[in-house]
Design a protein around this ligand. Sequence first.
Ligand SMILES: [Zn+2]
Length: 261
Amino acid sequence: MFLFHLLIFILGTIIGSFLNVVIFRLKTNETILKNRSHCNYCQKKLNWYELIPLISFIIQLGKCRKCKKKISWQYALVELSTGLIFLLIFIFFGQNWQFPYTVYAYFLFLISCFLIIIFVYDLKHYLVADKIIYPAIIFAFLFNIFVWFITNNFYIFISSIIAGFSVGGFFLILVLISKEKWMGKGDILIGVLMGLILGMPMIIVGLVLAFLIGAIVSLILVAFKKKNMKSEIPFGPFLILGTAISIFWGNVLLNWYLKLL
Ligand SMILES: [Zn+2]
């Protein structure tokens, strides 16, 4: 089993290095598949051993071997996180080989790729990438229809649709009232996606977590003078963190909270 876990992790880091390329080329509008990976400064093409996720970062000591420019930590972090997230998905949802469960695991593998790209891109550019969020919403919507057909459970389907519409509508109101000061237009789309992924009642857990983590992180940043009260902090990454935590530990948190009451 350990070997299998290691394989899933390595697969995740390989996908992660591909996600890095997508994140970078989304901004430069470079095509994703045509060009070989290269150094962003001196354009040196990368050798095979410079393409191994994580290992290459360590071998090269975080620098390009030709121009000695530093390679951003983002690359290694995204590879590591994707590996860990894939491992988590496998441990939580991949062990049960009965039909609907495996489908859910595959859905999570794919949707996590979308979410990782949106997360990093928003953190870097304070923008939600249109080219990623729209396909992600369509994919999540189609998946819900698919689940409805294979399980014959209309409730699961409608609960996701209602969750998506309510969060989207709620965020739209916040955007309009605050004139985009509290959150941006892109967050509305992330809200819809969250609803489609989590459904009812898990979406509530996801939102509470997002606002809670957002508030704590903002306070820490203000306390350490990294930001002031007026600085913009992108909210998308917190929404995605809330979604991810709810997927894995939402039930545990919900039960724990209900026991408190
Ligand atoms: Zn270079």
